[in-house]
Design a protein around this ligand. Structure first.
Ligand code: PAF
Length: 287
């Protein structure tokens, strides 16, 4: 992986590490001005760093959360083995000029008896949600809690998790939350691999195979540049590239996540998900 690129601050103000909700509320009540918020599950990489740097450059304060959220993992998924790099995460946030790092535990975030949240099924049980039913209920539940706690003016989410981003934007609008959601560009390795905390699961040969995802998106781009707009034809050429992999889906949707038959420039997203070894990888291209 490429090394993390820091903007060094001559005088880095001391970052507060906050573990409890009471501490976060106390910290938040002392902040004035704009607050940027970057929710993460830790094991921070250049993709997270780009969100953090966007937030620090656009806001008076930046809060980052590191919380591996149990409710968004399904039975048998990698909740217990999800990569943890607490010390490195703290250093990355410190150097990036983060004002407060919120690192709660599950007891702090969840109680035994609490109302749940259901993501709209026709948008949350397709694509990622088809393979991971209930995943987005858990994502929305924790993001709602985190937004309520951090009360940010702006919250930063990567376009790589395009369906998550759409559902969060929809939730913020539906529940009249006072936070502006800022979509951030996908960060890639030099060879095109989209950054993900789960890339650490790939062996070196699997990492090579994983490049087929971004290569299939490149082929789609070339077809679109050549004038192709028919999504069936574009998907067929992507499947051709992805042949060696176990493809879960290739889909082309509009910005409301409805499947489309004709690409509209500025309105479409091409999504791909494939398994490389035992690792599920996703990638996408916003057209
Ligand atoms: O994208 C992620 O890392 C997680 O889904 C999020 C938004 C931090 C919620 O746990």
């Amino acid at each position: 992986m490429r090394s993390l690129k820091f903007i060094f601050y001559s005088k880095v103000p001391k970052m507060k590490i906050v573990k409890t909700i009471d501490e976060l509320k106390a910290y938040r009540s002392e902040c004035s001005g704009s607050i940027g918020f970057v929710p993460t599950m830790g094991a921070l990489h250049n993709g997270h760093l780009s969100l953090i740097q966007k937030s620090t450059s656009e806001n008076d304060h930046t809060i980052v959360s590191v919380f591996v959220n149990p409710t968004q993992f399904l039975e048998g998924e990698d909740f217990h083995t999800y990569p943890k790099r607490t010390e490195a995460d703290i250093k990355i946030c410190e150097f990036a000029g983060v004002s407060a790092l919120f690192m709660p535990n599950s007891e702090e975030m969840y109680s035994m008896c609490e109302p749940s949240l259901c993501a709209p099924s026709h948008k949350a049980y397709i694509l990622e949600g088809l393979a991971r039913p209930g995943h987005f209920d858990g994502v929305l539940r924790v993001v709602l809690k985190l937004l309520n706690l951090a009360q940010p003016t702006h919250a930063y989410f990567g376009k790589k998790d395009a369906q998550q981003l759409y559902l969060i934007q929809n939730m913020v609008k539906t529940f009249f939350l006072n936070t502006q959601i800022i979509p951030c560009e996908i960060v890639r390795e030099d060879d095109g691999l989209a950054l993900s905390s789960r890339n650490v699961y790939l062996s070196s040969s699997e990492r090579q195979e994983a490049l087929l995802l971004s290569q299939s998106l490149k082929v789609a781009t070339q077809k679109i540049i050549a004038g192709q707009r028919d999504t069936l034809s574009i998907k067929a050429s992507m499947y051709e590239v992805l042949k060696p992999l176990h493809v879960e889906y290739v889909e082309i949707v509009n910005r409301d996540f409805d499947t489309i038959s004709t690409i509209e420039i500025g309105q479409s997203i091409i999504l791909v998900c494939a398994k490389v070894g035992t690792t599920r990888l996703i990638d996408n291209l916003w057209i």
